[in-house]
Design a protein around this ligand. Structure first.
Ligand SMILES: NC(=O)c1ccc[n+]([C@@H]2O[C@H](COP(=O)([O-])OP(=O)(O)OC[C@H]3O[C@@H](n4cnc5c(N)ncnc54)[C@H](O)[C@@H]3O)[C@@H](O)[C@H]2O)c1
Length: 330
């Protein structure tokens, strides 16, 4: 299939491009490089520095490359920034997706895979989180994604030939097996890279927010899914997508690790001390967030390969030690 990968110069999108290629598909990348890295996209993959809001230019790309399906990763991803600048998030993530979908409608591209997030569940009423767990996002980032889910439901209700898969990711971590693609977010907000930066001396310490949660060691528990496992689910999703599909799947491994477990494992993997500061809880941080991922396992036959957190952290460590400044001088 010819597949347009939006956000293909970003962390997850670049891994998707590689795996799509390996699976015999032809990816085409669209990214405005607001956060992505040109160096994360191989030279033999068509690349367009285009913004999601440029509907006409996207239409042209869809026609020119006879695109069969779209994998939509492009988005702004910082919860804190979304609270400070909600309109930026609704414009980029929600209106941006609508613009992309409009270009697809003009050309007749009917297959869509969307990166949604566990943030659409907010502070869930139950854990593990099922796809049927009530969605009540608590910040503009989560809502900007939740709105796109609603837009997709509305499209499929009026166009029986359209089909989509929504994946709601938990915490994505790890890097490519070759160690040449990895996480390079600026600023970085995710726990595993931040812990590894502390191990490398790139930051002075790591703050643990809350040690009095009702969990075995008092710190928050989260579900970490390896980026290549996540991408494998997308390929299964797009290859099995049919007209009229409106599918929603959680993507997590179905178990959580605590912040302390991440710190202890990172210490073991890196062999370095990780200077730690213990702070108080942050607002809106639930004690436990982990997925029930039975649905994606049953329906798509997805089986995560990297469920051992040590392996996930080792994979991220390989990338960070080889690229201490990310893509800048790699
Ligand atoms: N990383 C995670 O743990 C995680 C968790 C849940 C959901 N997600 C979702 O996965 C997707 C990818 O996340 P990531 O971690 O790879 O982020 P990333 O920032 O590395 O990649 C996003 C890419 O989208 C591009 N982009 C943003 N806005 C754009 C626009 N208007 N037009 C064109 N390109 C634009 C950026 O330049 C960047 O390359 C996002 O949709 C995010 O919401 C990620």
């Amino acid at each position: 299939m010819n597949i347009l990968v939006t956000g293909g110069a970003g962390y997850i999108g670049s891994h998707a491009v590689r795996k799509l290629h390996a699976a015999g598909h032809s990816p085409v990348v669209l990214d405005n490089l607001s956060y992505g890295h040109r160096g994360a996209v191989p030279n033999n993959v068509p690349f367009y520095q285009v913004d999601l809001k440029e509907t006409d230019r996207i239409e042209k790309i869809l026609r020119e490359h006879r695109i069969d399906a779209v994998m939509h990763f492009a988005a702004l991803i910082s919860v804190g920034e979304s609270v400070r600048q909600p309109l930026l998030y609704y414009r980029n993530n929600t209106a941006g997706a609508a613009s992309l979908l409009e270009a697809m409608e003009r050309v007749g591209v009917k297959r869509f895979v969307f990166s949604s997030t566990a943030a659409t569940y907010g502070e869930p009423e139950e854990t593990p989180i099922f796809e049927t767990t009530k969605q009540q996002p608590i910040n503009p980032y989560g809502r900007s994604k939740w709105f796109v889910e609603q837009i997709l439901r509305d499209i499929v209700a009026t166009d029986s030939k359209f089909g989509f898969v929504v994946f709601r990711y938990f915490n994505v971590a790890g890097a490519s097996d070759e160690g040449d693609l990895g996480e390079d977010h600026q600023p970085e907000t995710h726990l595993i890279p931040l812990v590894l930066f502390a191990a490398m001396g790139k930051r002075n310490n790591i703050t643990v927010f809350g040690t009095d949660y009702p969990t075995p060691d008092g710190t928050c528990i989260r579900d970490y899914v390896h980026v290549n496992d996540l991408v494998a689910a997308h390929i299964l999703g797009i290859e099995t997508l049919s007209e009229g599909d409106a599918r929603f799947y959680n993507l997590g491994i179905g178990r959580g690790y605590s912040v302390r477990e991440i710190l202890d494992t990172a210490k073991k993997v890196t062999g370095k001390e990780i200077p730690t500061v213990f702070g108080s809880r942050r607002e809106g941080d639930p004690a436990r967030l982990f997925a029930n991922s039975d649905k994606v396992q049953k329906e798509l036959g997805w089986q995560p390969q990297h469920t051992d957190i040590e392996e996930v952290i080792a994979s991220a460590w390989q990338w960070h030690t080889a690229h201490p400044n990310g893509y800048k001088n790699s």
